[in-house]
Design a protein around this ligand. Structure first.
Ligand code: SUG
Length: 448
């Protein structure tokens, strides 16, 4: 049976804005309160999905969320009609309204962690929604994320869904952004690589001093248990706390893996040699030949990596076996990174080509190509069980582009988030979207 890696990209929601909400994420902080363009953001994302589909990759789409999240504002004590709740929050606690408006669910690498069926004890594909509890605006995503994933991967014979881990910092979980899978073939048992920033219970693990470490070892271990992974198929590594303090808030800002290849920065991990040896050994036992491509700090500094998002790239296997790196425009604008990429792709290594995408609207919030996609490895029969409404086709691309044109604003500034009409627009858009994507009722306003 054939198997594929499918990328499910987050469709950027109608309230995309620059809230400055993510302490430790340099781009989010430095673009705080800039005027955004939700329409352009959604179209940039759709253009990437279309291009990958046209290159022959399997591409899907993950729906955005209802924002502002009026229910969370009510939980925080704002009362009255929906419009009154929004206006009271705007007057009394603007940062809470801004958080409730974030379109951050677009970064679907943080939606959940996925283990393909070849790795799990019961032979099903397992999903654990990420609690994202390091940031308030992201901690409110998982209930809707779970419903959307449930509507996309509904067949219980093939798919198993787990609720987010307990929402406390000890179990801080950021989903697939800190998870990579190595394998010889997508359909064969692989090695799942979990990278954490700190341990919640063991003080021997050094923690960053400046910025938060969002993922804990204990969260990663819980996900591996829930998914029924075997010890032979799991490797844990600690992220270097020094790079977290330089703005590497997720592992996918400093490393990316695919197939048998890990592309990483020299300073990404602690105990790098030990980690690589364990990956090589465990993948070797599963018939794979692990290849580590290290980017030396002399060629690309951590600062360059954070600015350019070189590692927040999609590493994709092409039909001829070579790999293609999908990078953001910011990589071409950085002389060190661009010259490194020329050298990388002209060598004999596994990565042979680079393709650049303009994702500026998302990048300004610290979300590159890899943040925008959730990878799900699927066998033929599992792919057939996916809700066909979310699989990208030329017709769906056209339909979604028209939908964005109809519902999205060209510009959005912070003061406009106080406009109750934005909620009305968002609900109208999402109601239509659930019909386009055949999701059924997944949003709070549809379930009320
Ligand atoms: O969680 N930015 C997101 C970016 C997530 C990137 N994802 C991965 N690396 N996989 C975050 O920090 C900024 C929102 C704002 O400031 O308006 C934000 O949430």
């Amino acid at each position: 049976m054939s198997a594929y890696e499918m990328n499910f990209d987050g469709l950027v929601g109608p309230t995309h804005n620059y809230g400055g909400l993510s302490y430790g994420n340099v781009a989010s902080q430095s673009n705080s309160q800039a005027v955004s363009s939700p329409k352009q953001a959604a179209k940039q994302g759709l253009a990437k999905m279309k291009a990958l589909m046209e290159m022959g990759f399997k591409q899907g789409v993950l729906a955005p969320q209802e924002r502002p999240d009026v229910a969370v504002l009510r939980r925080l004590g704002f009362t009255g009609s929906d419009a009154q709740v929004i206006q009271r929050a705007a007057k009394e606690a603007m940062p809470l309204l801004v958080a409730s408006c974030s379109a951050s669910s677009m970064w679907t690498a943080n939606a959940c962690t996925v283990s393909p069926s070849a790795d799990t004890a019961d032979g099903r594909v397992h999903f654990t929604a990420a609690n994202l509890n390091c940031k308030f605006h992201r901690s409110i995503e998982h209930p809707t994320t779970s419903r959307v994933l449930g509507a996309m991967f509904a067949d219980e014979r093939h798919f198993a869904h787990h609720a987010a881990l307990p929402a406390v910092s000890q179990f801080g979980d950021e989903g697939a952004a800190n998870h990579t899978r190595f394998c010889k073939d997508y359909g064969e048992a692989g090695v799942e690589f979990f990278v954490y920033g700190r341990s919640a219970f063991d003080s021997r693990y050094p923690a960053p001093q400046r910025y938060p470490a969002r993922q804990t070892l204990e969260a990663s271990q819980a996900v591996a248990r829930l998914h029924g992974l075997s010890e032979a198929g799991v490797v844990y590594a600690q992220q270097n706390p020094v790079v977290i303090d330089q703005g590497v808030f997720h592992n996918d800002v400093i490393a990316v893996g695919n197939g048998e290849v890990l592309f990483y920065h020299q300073d990404a991990f602690l105990d790098t040699d030990k980690v690589l040896a364990e990956l090589g050994d465990k993948l070797g036992r599963r018939g794979g030949n692990f290849q580590a491509v290290c980017v030396p700090r002399d060629a690309v500094t951590v600062e360059d990596a954070v600015r350019s998002y070189l590692f927040n790239s999609q590493l994709l296997s092409r039909a001829d076996g070579s790999m293609l790196l999908i990078v953001p425009e910011e990589c071409r604008n950085n002389a060190n990174v661009w010259s490194y990429l020329q050298q990388l792709t002209s060598g004999n290594g596994p990565i042979r080509a680079v393709q650049v995408f303009d994702l500026k609207q998302s990048m300004q919030n610290g979300g590159g190509p890899a943040c925008l996609r959730l990878r799900v490895a699927l066998k033929d029969n599992e792919l057939e069980a996916v809700n066909p409404g979310v699989i990208m086709t030329p017709a769906l691309y056209d339909r979604l582009t028209g939908w964005v044109d109809k519902h999205y604003r060209d510009q959005l500034s912070e003061s406009e988030l106080a406009d109750p009409q934005l909620l009305v627009e968002c609900r109208a858009a999402l109601d239509e979207l659930t019909q386009i994507l055949k999701l059924g009722s997944v949003y709070p306003f549809q379930l009320a």
